[in-house]
Ligand binder design. Structure first.
Ligand code: SF4
Length: 257
């Protein structure tokens, strides 16, 4: 383990330890929740959610997918599909990052600072996300970061199902354009909506899921805002990140994505 990674583990508040017999990152997960790095678990039969919005009203997000990032960005910026959200938002938060990224990070929805700046994961939670990504060798600018919802729910309430239904086509359009090799979903809301399940986060972590028709590998971990409130779970998040890194390495090596 190099000094750079040690520095980021320190930033995450994770104690470093060294196995008597092996480097720490090669030690299988012993948490009981994760599968560790000793082999990918069987992918569950969880299928991707339908991308058809359930609301019966024609809204901009029901337009055919765009093959152009700029067009998609303009559609999102002009979207008024959710009457409450487009009235209370400062601006839409499309997503940010490298449009050729192999990693796609998906969160829940913009918060107050994201709504002000027009960028996902800024502020303290964003800084922690950056540290988490760097801990597995990923500077923020090398990944793409987006949210389930492009507009901030007032008071940071949970997204409503109909809002997710309206907004999800934008995210699936982004995924179709990006073609990521792996998706890292952070937090319960992102995980449950991507997998169309109400299972608790504890049951979703530590497993390899897939998303969409391309069966893109999908790994679940905690939202950095949660980790700021519950630093004792940072070690479990580190296990998730190592699992995601190993999954990406295997996908890349097999050329299957
Ligand atoms: S949350 Fe999504 S669907 Fe709703 S108004 Fe914003 S961009 Fe449109």
């Amino acid at each position: 383990m190099g000094p750079l990674r040690n520095a980021y583990l320190d930033a995450l508040g994770i104690d470093r330890w060294v196995s008597r017999n092996a480097p720490a990152e090669l030690v299988p997960d012993v948490s009981g929740a994760g599968k560790g790095l000793s082999g990918l678990p069987d992918a569950p039969t969880v299928r991707a959610p339908s991308t058809k919005p359930e609301n019966p009203f024609p809204v901009p997000s029901t337009l055919p997918p765009s093959a152009d990032w700029g067009v998609l960005r303009e559609r999102v910026a002009a979207c008024t599909a959710c009457a409450e959200l487009c009235r209370t938002r400062t601006q839409t938060v499309f997503g940010v990052g490298n449009t050729r990224a192999e990693w796609l990070v998906i969160g829940e929805a913009p918060g107050a600072e994201e709504d002000r700046q027009g960028e996902p994961f800024v502020g303290r939670a964003g800084q922690l996300l950056n540290a988490m990504l760097l801990a597995i060798g990923l500077p923020r600018e090398t990944v793409f970061i987006a949210n389930i919802l492009k507009c901030r729910p007032p008071g940071n309430r949970d997204p409503k199902p109909e809002e997710v239904s309206r907004c999800l086509p934008y995210l699936t359009n982004q995924i179709a354009l990006l073609k990521p090799k792996i998706i890292l979903a952070v937090g319960r809301i992102a995980a449950q909506n991507l997998l169309a399940t109400d299972a608790p986060l504890a049951r979703l972590r530590g497993k390899l899921h897939t998303f969409g028709e391309a069966n893109t590998p999908l790994v679940i971990t905690y939202h950095p805002a949660y980790l700021l409130r519950t630093p004792s779970d940072k070690r479990k998040a580190w296990e998730d990140l190592k699992f995601a890194r190993a999954t990406h390495a295997r996908v890349t090596a097999s050329g299957s994505a």
